[in-house]
Design a binder for this molecule. Structure first.
Ligand SMILES: [Zn+2]
Length: 291
């Protein structure tokens, strides 16, 4: 495990990454508040330049939080309080609603790929909750959502601070398919922080184990690869695009690092790619912030 160090330099770096990349003036402003700033601002400037070069602003939106305090450290996102479809990022909350209505007993389900309504053509095979979260299997979550209603999701949404679904909504929209359960990105990010706070609760423990597995070998493995180590909790999602120049879909990633005691939470949206591809960008961004 590579320890993550959040330094004053990092905070300067991430603040400087904020919208518009105003670069030196931001760095100078924050350097005045930190006696060790001159050396660190050099690092910060190079980190910002690397991020700018590798992650063109027109395609990438992000929210970066201090995972311990919930404070927003940096963002580049037009109106993160406006609810939008976030795809499979809702799946942990679908699982919690299913758990509450089924005595926390989850099915063992066999995904047959496209034939059973999965996003992946080839079957995921036999899955439990942990592996279903890891690979974000739509077939498994279709089965969970099949008899759920928006009404049953509302107490979960309230507990985690999410925009609630319509009470009459049912089935696939409740596991993130389509655009009928929009949620504010900033609320979704904080809901994952709340999920970690509840890490000792039975179903939550399995969800977090699935997110750790996702970073190693699931749809979030781009984060593990980008970081050069898989010490992260990751959930990916793909949803209908809401950009002015629409694409078939946008990829979403929530990554918390390090896995056992997250210090950062990064929510990334990448225009016109699936969530699994967006996770590569999220991993690279976090890698730069760790350096
Ligand atoms: Zn599947």
């Amino acid at each position: 495990m590579v320890p993550l160090r959040i330094s004053a330099g990092l905070v300067i770096a991430v603040l400087a990454i904020t919208s518009g990349f105003s670069g030196r003036s931001d760095l100078t402003a924050f350097a005045g508040q930190d006696s060790s700033a001159p050396a660190k601002s050099l690092f910060s400037q190079s980190a910002v330049l690397v991020l700018e070069r590798e992650f063109p602003s027109s395609d990438i939106s992000y929210l970066l939080f201090d995972a311990r305090t919930g404070a927003l450290l940096s963002s580049r996102w037009d109106d993160p309080a406006k609810p939008i479809p976030l795809g499979s990022l809702v799946k942990p909350f679908t699982a919690l609603a299913y758990g509450e209505t089924h005595g926390n007993q989850f099915p063992s389900h066999t995904c047959r790929g496209e034939a059973s309504g999965c996003w992946q053509v080839h079957p995921h095979g036999k899955l439990n909750l942990v592996s279903a979260i890891s690979v974000s299997c739509n077939s498994y979550f279709r089965a969970l959502a099949e008899n759920l209603t928006g009404e049953q999701l509302i107490p979960i949404a309230k507990r985690f601070g999410l925009d609630p679904p319509e009470p009459t909504l049912s089935g696939p929209p409740l596991m993130g398919l389509g655009d009928r359960w929009p949620i504010a990105p900033v609320k979704m990010a904080r809901a994952y922080l709340e999920l970690f706070h509840r890490r000792d609760q039975p179903v939550v423990r399995e969800i977090l184990a699935g997110m750790a597995q996702s970073a190693r070998s699931g749809t979030g493995k781009g984060v593990g690869q980008g970081l050069n180590h898989p010490d992260a909790l990751v959930k990916t999602g793909t949803a209908p695009c809401t950009h002015a120049h629409p694409a078939p879909g946008d990829g979403f990633v929530i990554a918390m690092v390090p896995a056992n005691q997250p210090e950062l939470l990064l929510l990334v949206r990448v225009h016109s790619v699936p969530g699994a591809t967006a996770s590569i960008a999220a991993g690279r961004m976090l890698h730069r912030l760790e350096e």
